[in-house]
Design a protein around this ligand. Structure first.
Ligand code: PMP
Length: 400
């Protein structure tokens, strides 16, 4: 059993630190999935998901599984062999989405980012859309391998004008970045429980708006994935929403209890305030990295996520040794993931319940780690930069 003092702060891009009340729900005696109390909780969670996704006309799907299942469910229900997909590619998870689409027999055209750390330009996306008739445009809102943020509002608009449905991988964005689905007219968005949604890993969540459901109903061949098939799940979700019992596959009952607690907390904070908190704390971390002389994978602030940061290791510093020292100083960070620069950078998750104290603890541990590997910098300069942002004394510092 770990004591509070020995416990380390988990600042990776998922799973994140969870609220005690959310974790307590896991220890509830597991109810039947058709018990009236549970039906009420699941129904309420589905209603609340519409608020969090800002999709009053959306149909939520909640399945036991990780974010990758949510990706598969989002596209497998819409694609038939031979359909064309335009993939806006900003990293590792964009590549994964393309592979998933191909598994359903789709032909995928990539619009690659001009460089790692950038996002494809809108003019290039427009050009690509003119080359073919695409059924889907798939967009990774925040690619967790590069910390690159895409302009979903503009991309979804381009998709609509070309007659394609927009599918947004929001695993690293929903409930952390602005993603007002209905306002931006996004057709499908998906996420997983373990990130900004604030519940332990194990739930795959998809929100499908009317055009996507219509396209699903018009399909002529069965969905390639049996488990993810909306024909199986739609009646179940609709039943819970109507507070009636239903069954297709046993829901992850305790995780749904935990999700319900987290959604209530998110709604109590308010979506706008929550997005603003993520932006402010992200800026505080990024300002510290810049002050410490660490450059970042996203090439400029406009394409930088607010749910995580991806700094390069300083020249001459052994990355594994640095992460080890930061861990010894009490904070767990993640290594790189993008194959082109895997060993050259690391990742800091700052989403969900993250607060100002977490930011200071993290920046402090990074400073201790840098000191431990012999990197030369002004002690406290990162902390001071973070403080200035959090106290509202700094504008938007550019980062190199
Ligand atoms: N998409 C993105 C953007 C992600 O960050 C992740 C997980 N890091 C996934 C998809 C896949 O989610 P999971 O690991 O839960 O399958």
């Amino acid at each position: 059993m770990q004591t509070q003092k020995a416990r380390k702060l988990l600042m990776i891009p998922g799973p994140i630190e969870f609220e005690p009340a959310v974790l307590a729900a896991l220890a509830e005696p597991t109810p039947s999935h058709v018990a009236p109390d549970f039906i009420e909780v699941f129904g309420r969670a589905l209603d609340n998901l519409r608020t969090v996704f800002q999709a009053p006309d959306g149909q939520p799907f909640v399945m036991a599984g990780s974010g990758t299942l949510a990706m598969e469910a989002a596209v497998a229900n819409l694609l038939e062999p031979g359909d064309r997909v335009l993939q806006i590619n900003t990293g590792y998870f964009s590549d994964r989405m393309a592979a998933i689409c191909e598994r359903s027999g789709a032909l995928v055209t990539h619009v690659p980012a001009p460089a790692v750390g950038d996002a494809p330009g809108l003019a290039e996306v427009e050009r690509a859309l003119q080359q073919d008739r695409f059924k889907l445009m798939t967009i990774t809102h925040v690619d967790t391998s590069t910390a690159v943020l895409t302009d979903v509002a503009a991309l979804a608009k381009l998709a609509r004008s070309a007659g394609a449905l927009s599918v947004v991988d929001g695993v690293c964005s929903v409930a952390g970045e602005a993603l007002p689905m209905a306002d931006w007219d996004v057709d499908v968005a998906l996420t997983a429980s373990q990130k900004a949604l604030g519940a332990p890993p194990g739930l795959a969540l998809v929100m499908a708006r009317p055009r996507a459901l219509e396209a699903f109903r018009r399909r002529t061949r069965p969905v390639a994935s049996y488990y993810a098939d909306w024909s199986n799940w739609l009646p179940v979700m609709q039943a819970y929403q109507a507070r009636k019992p239903a069954y297709f596959g046993t829901p992850a009952v305790n995780l749904v209890l935990a999700l319900d607690v987290s959604l209530a907390q998110i709604i109590a904070e308010g979506m706008e305030a929550r997005v603003a908190r993520h932006a402010r704390l992200s800026e505080a971390i990024k300002a510290a990295l810049t002050a410490l002389g660490l450059s970042q994978v996203p090439l400029r602030p406009a394409v930088a996520a607010h749910t995580l940061s991806a700094p390069y290791f300083p020249a001459g510093v052994d990355g594994a040794a640095l992460l080890g020292k930061i861990n010894a100083a009490g904070v767990i960070l993640a290594g790189g993931l993008h194959p082109a620069l895997r060993t050259r950078y690391f990742r800091i998750g700052h989403m969900g319940a993250v607060n100002a104290a977490d930011v200071l603890a993290t920046v402090g541990a990074i400073e201790q780690g840098l000191h431990g590997v012999g990197y030369r910098f002004d002690a406290g300069s990162g902390l001071a930069a973070s403080q200035r942002v959090m106290q509202g004394q700094a504008g938007h510092p550019p980062f190199a």
